[in-house]
Write a protein of this length. Sequence first.
Length: 263
Amino acid sequence: MALAARGARPPAVRAAPGTALVEVRALQKRFDGQPVLRDLSFTLAKGETLVVMGGSGSGKTVMLRCVAGLIRPSAGTVRLFGKPIETLSEEDLLPIRRRMGYVFQGAALFDSLTVLENVAYPLREHTDLAEAAVRARVVDVLSLVGLGAEVLPQLPSELSGGMRKRVGIARAIVTEPEVLLFDEPTAGLDPTNSRLVAELIVHLKGGVCDTAIVVTHDLDLARTVADRIAILIGGRFAALGPREEVLASPDPAVQAFLGGEAR
């Protein structure tokens, strides 16, 4: 499914399995002097899915936006694909962001654009594909997320919440990013659609994109997709490690959080 096969610019050389694609060190973020993130450090290796869990207001989305370069940290470093980004200009960030896909909590689709136009947007912005190839690529990725060509002319307002979420994922993967960032991908979905999204993330790891950070408070999602789990409490990681190790953590704060999310 390489874009180059359809006439796009050749993709950048991709990292070998196990290579650190995201490195965060002593990350801090303050708003109006109030600390939100306090000395977070972690590494995301190629082929790994890291799930970051925390309650509402714990700073999960702030952390994800710092990783994506959408928010500048107050202190600390963020390295993407080996390059520190915290001091880069917007122009210098662009080629790095093109190697990442971001799935926003509310899908963040353009209300006035059709599904075709929403999913095609990154291709039209960042590739030289002809319109026929753009449409073919959009149909390809929609099929990956379980949607058919019949949705192409529809507006976001005509879609269910689960379908909007899947269109958002399709837009994020249409340029074949090396890393996917998911912000609460099951938020607002019923259990059936939540399971479908979880299964989709697992499916994507088997082919389209094998590396992801998933921010969520959904314990079932974490159990399904995570290689490692981090628990964010009070702006710090109360736990960070392999999925089963964290889920079995004896730390009272971690178990109190997990117990609350499981109810």
